[in-house]
Write a protein that binds this ligand. Structure first.
Ligand SMILES: [Zn+2]
Length: 153
């Protein structure tokens, strides 16, 4: 005799691809910021971490995109250091190295995300890791003035 078991395993769908079932240990954690209080040169806010259902494939591709960011930073660094050496007078080179590092990190994150999305996520219609605006829990927070970007003064 066959007994049917309630299927409790096929719970939630992956938010990012909307195809595969989500796996608990692949859950993405995305931070949101709200109740922002600004005063002179100061900003205070609350933060909350949302758990976003994710499958194994999407977690892997999100990791690939983070490698894209790292590689882009490493590729940009010699360029920004070279610019620093070429453009700044010798006396400013100490500060220039910090500036070069800063530019490489900022540029690398932007470039890496852009290329990573284009090459690995868009062809498979997978959302970017922090693109959670369609998640009902995130949507409710956004309507209450919460944001995905850390507030700056
Ligand atoms: Zn997925």
């Amino acid at each position: 005799m066959e007994k049917s078991m309630p299927n409790t395993l096929s719970s939630t769908q992956c938010y990012y691809c909307a195809i595969h079932p989500a796996e608990r240990e692949r859950t993405a954690k995305v931070t949101m910021y709200g109740n922002i209080r600004r005063s002179f040169r100061k900003v205070e806010y609350d933060r909350t971490e949302l758990s976003v259902p994710r499958c194994r494939q999407c977690q892997r591709l999100h990791t690939v995109v983070s490698f894209c960011r790292m590689i882009a930073i490493l590729l940009l660094l010699p360029l920004t250091i070279w610019l620093n050496v070429a453009l700044l007078p010798t006396a400013y080179r100490g500060t220039g190295v910090l500036l070069a590092l800063f530019l490489a990190v900022v540029g690398g994150i932007i470039l890496g995300n852009l290329l990573g999305k284009r090459i690995f996520l868009q062809p498979k219609h997978i959302r970017f890791e922090t693109d959670i605006t369609s998640l009902p829990a995130a949507n409710r927070l956004i309507q209450n003035g919460w944001t995905l970007n850390r507030p700056t003064p």
